[in-house]
Ligand binder design. Structure first.
Ligand SMILES: [Zn+2]
Length: 66
């Protein structure tokens, strides 16, 4: 199995056009504090993007050298 971080992925997202649930995002792009998901509906071939924002400044708080 692909070792993707599927544990916290939004799965079964309904298609924005026809409402069919989509199992998993087709493409994922992670950025600082956010992750973009590209959904592709197999039923109507519609594609849309969703962005999740994370409050993770604890993990990434790295004070610059004083
Ligand atoms: Zn659809």
């Amino acid at each position: 199995m692909a070792r993707l971080d599927l544990g916290c992925l939004p799965q079964g997202n309904p298609c924005a056009q026809c409402g069919k649930p989509i199992d998993s995002p087709e493409w994922i792009e992670s950025g600082p504090g956010r992750t973009s998901y590209l959904w592709h509906c197999w039923a109507c071939d519609y594609q849309f993007e969703a962005v999740a924002f994370f409050d993770d400044h604890d993990e990434h708080s790295e004070p610059l050298a004083a």
